[in-house]
Design a protein around this ligand. Structure first.
Ligand SMILES: Nc1ncnc2c1ncn2[C@@H]1O[C@H](COP(=O)(O)OP(=O)(O)O)[C@@H](O)[C@H]1O
Ligand SMILES: [Mg+2]
Length: 336
């Protein structure tokens, strides 16, 4: 598999009255053709900002991209003009945001909102774009597309609106679909339906997917690889099975312990990760998770660990940690 996306050394800052927010710190990764990457981490870890930066959607000011390259299909997105970026967004890259009510235009029919990118990015005539829009509605599981196209967003339920957003995002047959917490506002059943839909579409259309979520459970159901973010950094990355079975970063381990169905039935408690997320206005020093990490060593407080291949781990399993988590966990088990 060749790389569709190559993010190198991405660094994003926000200059605010309270100080400079170090929102994204030296984020580097690649996404292969056809790969689905789950990006996980708690609120404020830089998940959204890192993709907004790639897409040229950071508000400047207060935001600025301090460093980095984002090579997508051979071009650096950070060097494109606004007009070129508009072409990429909704064309080669489809985007689904969390709240379809703000992403959809309330005063335009759903049909017009699906047809519009087809006319703009693919040069379809109005008639052909509307015909394609009807096919797309059907593809995302909305019945009676002829009638539905003439309706407005408020005439759709939350789950149906999210399906409309997906239809818009995939209309131009994108190489990459970016979904930022698209199911967070939906109830569990609808969420499961949307996940199934995206899996089906992905299999059919062969696109790569970046799926952002704070929920490890969602990642298990959809991703090939998982990337865990904390304090604007990637702290672990690897194949989904390796991350779930053999986490090497204490934060990842904490997220897995917080899953509702983790562990044996006898102690089915929800483990919360204690403590507060890091203050991103302070210059990063050390491992950002160190103050909350029960396994932290003195070095964790002074030196930031690089993201490197984990020892004796699955291929592609990378971790940023000064400590040896499997050994520490084994010692802990032994002491019980
Ligand atoms: N417009 C903005 N102005 C100032 N700070 C911002 C802005 N947007 C995001 N941030 C900060 O950037 C950091 C990363 O945010 P974000 O990427 O949205 O987190 P996540 O998506 O992981 O919840 C947070 O500390 C957030 O407060
Ligand atoms: Mg976010």
């Amino acid at each position: 598999m060749s790389a569709l996306l190559d993010v190198r050394g991405l660094r994003v800052r926000f200059d605010t009255p309270g100080g400079t927010v170090h929102a994204v710190n030296d984020v580097s990764y690649t996404l292969a053709d056809g790969e689905t990457l789950g990006v996980v981490g708690e609120s404020g870890s830089g998940k959204s900002v890192h993709v907004l930066a790639m897409l040229g959607l950071i508000p400047r000011p207060p935001g600025r991209i301090e460093a980095g390259e984002v090579i997508f299909a051979g071009r650096d997105l950070l060097r494109l003009s606004e007009a070129e970026l508009r072409d990429v967004r909704g064309g080669e890259i489809g985007i689904i945001f969390q709240d379809p009510m703000t992403a959809l235009n309330p005063v335009l029919t759903v049909g017009r909102q699906i047809a519009e990118p087809l006319m703009r990015h693919r040069g379809l005539s109005r008639a052909r774009a509307w015909a394609r829009a009807a096919e797309l509605l059907e593809l995302v599981g909305i019945a009676d597309p002829g009638r539905r196209l003439a309706q407005y967003p408020h005439q759709f339920s939350g789950g149906m609106r999210q399906r409309v957003m997906i239809a818009i995002a995939i209309a131009c047959d994108p190489k990459l679909l970016i979904a930022d917490e698209p199911t967070t506002a939906l109830d569990v059943t609808v969420q499961a339906q949307i996940l199934r839909l995206v899996r089906d579409l992905k299999a059919r259309m062969g696109m790569s997917v970046i799926w952002i979520t704070h929920d490890m459970g969602v990642v298990a159901g959809i991703a090939d690889a998982v990337q865990v973010m904390y304090g604007g950094r990637i702290v672990e990355r690897g194949p989904v099975r390796a991350i779930f079975k053999d986490p090497r970063n204490a934060y990842t381990w904490g997220l897995l312990r917080a899953l509702p169905d983790h562990g044996r039935r006898s102690h089915r408690r929800l483990h919360q990760i204690e403590g507060q997320p890091p203050d991103l206005t302070l210059p990063p020093e050390g491992d950002p998770f160190a103050p909350r990490n029960p396994f932290a060593t003195p070095r964790c407080f002074t030196e930031t660990p690089p993201l490197v291949p984990a020892a004796d781990a699955a291929p592609g399993h990378l971790v940023a940690a000064w400590y040896d988590l499997p050994r520490l966990l084994a010692e802990r088990e032994g002491a019980r």
